[in-house]
Every structure is written in C-alpha cells, then in structure tokens.
Design a protein around this ligand. Structure first.
Ligand code: E4P
Length: 219
C-alpha cells in the first residue's frame, strides 16, 4: 500500500518525506488556502521534495477550463497529477486529459457508481472520501469495499483506489484491509500509526535496564 501525505504544507512534507514513508502528496483548494501561499509555487516546491505523484486540483468547473488548467498544472513538474472533481464535466475532462497522457486523480467520490465512471473515463486514481461519508452517518469503509469489488470484477479497469478524507488511524488500517491501493493521510495521523503505549512502556524498561549495566554500544 502506498502512503500519500494529505497537505500543502511544504515544511511538513519536507520533514515527513525524509522518513522514506511518503510515496506522494495530495493537495486540494482548501489545503492551498490553509497554507496561505501561491498554488503554482507551492506545487513546484512539493514536486521537488518527492518523486511521487503530487495531486494539484483544477478549479474550473467546465470541461474546457478544467482541461486547460490541467495542462497548465502538468507543466509545473513531471510528477504533477491533475485532480478533477467527480462531476459530469469532470468525467469528460478526465477522459480528455487521460487521452493526452496526463495522469488524473478524480476527487470527491462518494459512490461506487461514481468510481466506476471515473475508471471508465481513464482516471489513474479515484479518491473516495471516507471521513466525509462517516460524517453523514454513512460508512465510508463500505464504499472502499464496493469499489474494490467492482474494480476486481473488471481487470481492464486499472484505476487505483486512493482512500481520502482519512481522519484517524482506524481509517488507515481498514483501508488497507479493504484493499485500497493508496491512502492519503494527514501528517498527524501518519505519525500516530507508529504509536503504541506498550512500545513506549517496553522501551522505557529496556532503557532503564540498559542504563543499569553501565555499558555503551559505541565506546
Ligand atoms: C485528498 O485528496 C482530499 O482532498 C482530502 O483527503 C479531503 O480531506 P477532508 O475531508 O479531511 O477535507
């Protein structure tokens, strides 16, 4: 399973990329707004920090505008992946961009039928929003399972499932169990994956016992 970082914070990305655990980055207009920085400059800097795909989202809503913006974003760096919303117009824009060889991440997916359409349109990634579905009382993880089943039924659909809107560690574990290809994760949640109180307790005991020996490995 690949891990993408779900942020437009360049400093955060730099720190997390150095762990070797980050395979790519996803941004969206809200994350760019949160960063308070220029979109193009930010995407350029992020693309220089990772060789993995960096999703940059179009903001036009008509087909022509989305395609034009997608082409513009792709000129920023080779590893830009154009993010397109799952609207009727977005599906056509996905088709057109994909035909030109541009990788597309179709975002704002909330149903299995939407995911089926995105795959047929040629998306490299489909982004089901787990957390936002959970917020409505639906079960986001069920959607991941449905999409997995549908895509596996039709091997000619090679779109990858990118679990998005991940809010906590359980979302990551369950996405992996459901067979999502990628999870895009906020840095805080990614770090939390490593945490366990028994690890902390065990390490404290090892350190105390080691100190009592008076030894040092490197001297
Ligand atoms: C990533 O591609 C999505 O834009 C992001 O995961 C949405 O997350 P949110 O629902 O927490 O805003």
């Amino acid at each position: 399973m690949q891990f993408f970082l779900d942020t437009a914070n360049v400093d955060e990305i730099r720190t997390m990329v150095s762990t070797g655990l980050v395979d790519g980055v996803t941004t969206n207009p809200s994350l760019i707004a949160q960063s308070g920085r220029d979109l193009v400059q930010t995407i350029k800097e992020i693309c220089a920090l990772t060789n993995g795909p960096v999703s940059a989202e179009v903001t036009a809503t008509d087909v022509k505008g989305m395609v034009a913006e997608g082409e513009y974003l792709r000129d920023i760096a080779d590893n830009v992946c154009v993010k397109v919303p799952l609207t009727w117009e977005g599906l056509e824009a996905t088709h057109r961009l994909s035909e030109q060889g541009h990788p597309v991440n179709v975002t704002l997916c909330f149903s299995a039928n939407q995911a089926l359409l995105a795959a047929k349109a040629g998306a490299v990634y489909i982004s089901p929003f787990i957390g936002r579905l959970d917020d409505t009382g639906a079960n986001g993880m069920e959607l991941i399972g449905e999409i997995r089943t549908i895509y596996d039924n039709y091997p000619e659909l090679d779109t990858q499932i990118l679990a998005a809107s991940i809010r906590h560690v359980l979302h990551v574990k369950e996405s992996a169990m459901m067979g999502a290809d990628v999870a895009t994760i906020p840095a805080k949640v990614l770090k939390a994956l490593a945490q366990h109180p028994l690890t902390d307790k065990g390490l404290a005991a090892f350190m105390a016992d080691w100190k009592s020996t008076g030894q040092s490995i490197l001297s």
